[in-house]
Ligand binder design. Sequence first.
Ligand code: DC
Length: 206
Amino acid sequence: MIIAVDGPTASGKGTIAVQLARHFGLPHLDTGLLYRAVGRQVWLNGGDPDNETDALAACAFDDALLDDPELRTEANGGLASRVSVHPAVREALLERQRAFANQPGGAVLDGRDIGTVIAPEAEVKLFITASVQERARRRWLEMTGREIEIPLAEIEADIVKRDARDINRKDAPLKAAPDAMVIDTTSFDKDQAFELVLEAVEQAFG
Ligand code: DC
């Protein structure tokens, strides 16, 4: 069984994907991390994330980079969003994601285009969303927990910018697959959101 979990930044899709993988005993891939590694590698190369050639060269990152804590920073999220606009970058990362999705037994993948491009054949497609204000609040709490001082308004502005870039890019934009279950987690905490998701999945599949 392939489970595709898509949605905008800080929607809770990552947590839900991890919980689903644990629940169904499936391997999980956070595909955003691949784009984050490319963004980081461009920066390490001294390249320009908006230049397709520089961004493509950064796709040859060493897998050890995937463990770099810098990948998770807001600044690197912005770089990831910028390199993800380039069709050549998306193409370079495609096979790795498809192979993961198609491994025997199935998998859970979370990202922006899993249900639409990477695994349109997925048996379960979820599109997890939440209001911009709530997503900003969650990200701010997470940052404060890591003792990173950043004004809430700055995070909110960054999320709005990143959403616009992810939604409006030509190639594999962020959007719900027509057959995806759309779940809005704005008024739910992590446990409630997972319950909601599990109910939706179980209802759809008996
Ligand atoms: O999910 P995330 O915040 O870690 O993703 C970082 C960026 O990577 C996101 O802004 C857009 C890009 N991305 C993508 O284009 N396609 C994916 N499947 C996953 C992430």
